[in-house]
Ligand binder design. Sequence first.
Ligand SMILES: C[S@@+](CC[C@H](N)C(=O)[O-])C[C@H]1O[C@@H](n2cnc3c(N)ncnc32)[C@H](O)[C@@H]1O
Length: 238
Amino acid sequence: MAKGPDGKNTSGRGQRDLTVKVKTARGRRNSSTRWLQRQLNDPYVKRAQAEGYRGRAAFKIMELDDKFRFLVNGARVVDLGCAPGGWAQVAVPRINALGEKPGKAVGRFIGVDLQEVEPLAGAEFHVLDFMEDGADDKVKEWLGGRADVVMSDMAASSSGHKQTDHLRIIALCEAAAYLAFDVLEEGGTFVSKVLAGGAEGDLQKLLKQRFTKVANVKPPASRPDSSEKFVIATGFRG
Ligand SMILES: C[S@@+](CC[C@H](N)C(=O)[O-])C[C@H]1O[C@@H](n2cnc3c(N)ncnc32)[C@H](O)[C@@H]1O
């Protein structure tokens, strides 16, 4: 039987697609009912459950890496906002963090998040608020050298105000970019979630000065009704 990334069997893959309807319940807001209904009917949520991924976000990094190929054997990766660990599940085998591919370079995976993350073989997780003073230095200390990839899926919980959420996510992305400038090896890659909304222009300018190529991508796994997209900067100039 086929196994998913956590060693669970993936026999749910052939399930029939049945749309689940959620009734409005007393005490539950309409927005929560809509979220629950969307979650229960989302094909990527079903796929994540069937294939043993910790969340649908795993498919976003998979699709981005299938296109840009930055998670290579031997890569040293820093993942900011890594909980619950879906990106880690994708990265660990791709970078050969467990040394399971004979003759191939062995990678390293360091993830940080505000929340504790369930352990995963081949990944090193740390609880850290990346926006606190000195957070960069802590990551650099854990890394103990250069990184080939800095990636961030950090997102603050929604304030319900679109522009505020946008500015917050840009601040997280900028902080991640500054860590990348500091630790990336020449030729390295920076990947970060952003929300379309106007203020990302300055960030793009900054990235274009430091990387040979900057692309904005909305992977198929990113919900079409969300303004989320990913910026991928490749070829760090050092
Ligand atoms: C969308 S989730 C990440 C999902 C992850 N990529 C995965 O595949 O499992 C966003 C994460 O960003 C984290 N986060 C938000 N602000 C943060 C901060 N200041 N420092 C560290 N993590 C942060 C949240 O705790 C949350 O777990």
